[in-house]
Design a protein around this ligand. Structure first.
Ligand code: NDP
Length: 314
């Protein structure tokens, strides 16, 4: 694999969420001709959300997928080289840095911006894995449509779960929302909306014992861990919305990360522990995780990369 002919670039951006595209826009405008690989989900997590009401500049709100098309078009118009493909391996031992795409294509880059985002977490119970894609989903916006008029469940109590429960409540007859504590983590406004939606039924202190069904989901067995009571409820769809993991596996051993795998950047910069390798967006942010903060950190990464490359005379 190492002997293959490498394609060279000054700046490689990995990832196509708000962080990656913003980095591409800034770097392209600085004439760095960035090459950007979009990963398996071009546009990132916003492509599986609905209304975005808090991205500044859109007073009426905007749909997540539409917002990401704007980002992509803007990066393209500035001259960024956007490509399909997933970074599968890196070698940051010497310059230029090596990144393999789809396990075969080799890119050599003078600087790299990592904006690989984060992916949905799962409960990791056997029935969830077995029925994944057959009624079990981590994306209400992608799959809710299949359960129109039916009963569904959603696990989680953060803003994502609240947003997805509300989305499902418009399509489905009943949404059973499973909350593992006696309170929700979601913002007050989202909690109020959920609680005031008549066809969302909240189960406090409740965990999933098992998702029921042979080939497709037809029910769930849940347990209240305070009373010890279990019950079976017929459902057709089971949605998991319990947070995310940073997409940083391929950087293990090269870049400093915390115990959850979030890349560590030097405070106030996008710099990682390897010079010329920068990180932006959710892969390095477990606190804010907003589209606008991801975009802001993508801008920082591009400016840091630009300074780094110009100091090298590139
Ligand atoms: P969070 O980490 O905020 O919430 C995860 C939720 O899932 C928590 O309620 C957690 O419970 C629960 N959970 C975790 N593991 C399990 C498990 N094994 N079984 C049952 N429940 C579990 O993730 P989100 O994806 O909701 O949000 C991430 C970030 O994005 C947040 O900062 C959020 O505010 C933001 N966001 C903002 C939106 C907006 O502004 N429009 C929309 C969506 C997200 P517990 O509380 O007990 O830990």
């Amino acid at each position: 694999m190492d002997k293959q002919l490498a394609e060279k670039t000054h700046l490689l951006i990995i990832g196509s969420g708000p962080a990656g595209y913003t980095a591409a826009i800034y770097a392209a405008r600085a004439n760095l001709k960035p090459m950007l690989y979009q990963g398996i989900q071009p546009g990132g997590q916003l492509t599986i959300t609905t209304e975005v009401e808090n991205y500044p500049g859109f007073p009426e709100g905007i749909q997540g997928p539409e917002l990401m098309i704007h980002f992509e078009k803007q990066a393209q118009r500035m001259g960024a080289d956007l490509r399909y493909g997933l970074a599968t391996k890196v070698d940051f031992s010497q310059k230029p840095y090596k990144v393999w795409i789809d396990e075969e294509k080799l890119i050599e880059a003078d600087a790299v911006i990592i904006a690989t985002g984060a992916s949905a977490k799962w409960l990791n119970i056997e029935s969830e894995q077995r029925l994944n894609g057959y009624g079990v989903s981590a994306c209400a916006v992608c799959d809710g449509f299949f359960f129109r008029g039916k009963e569904v469940a959603i696990v989680g109590a953060g803003d994502t779960a609240a947003e997805e429960a509300l989305y499902l409540s418009k399509l489905c007859s009943t949404v059973h929302m499973l909350v593992r504590r006696d309170e929700m983590r979601a913002s007050k406004v989202m909690q109020d909306r959920v609680k005031n939606t008549p066809n969302i039924k909240i189960y406090w202190n409740t965990e999933t014992d098992e998702i029921l069904g042979e080939k497709t989901v037809d029910g769930m067995r849940i347990k209240n861990h305070v009373s010890g009571e279990t019950q079976e409820i017929p459902i057709k769809g089971f949605f998991v919305a319990i947070g995310h993991n940073p997409n940083s596996d391929i950087f293990k051993g090269w870049l400093d990360m915390d115990e959850a795998g979030y890349l560590i950047t030097q405070a106030g910069t996008a710099k990682t522990n390897i010079e010329g390798v920068f990180a932006a967006g959710d892969v390095q942010d477990k606190i804010y995780r907003q589209a606008v903060t991801a975009a802001g950190s993508g801008c920082m990464a591009a400016l840091d990369a630009e300074r780094y490359l110009s100091a090298l005379g590139l």
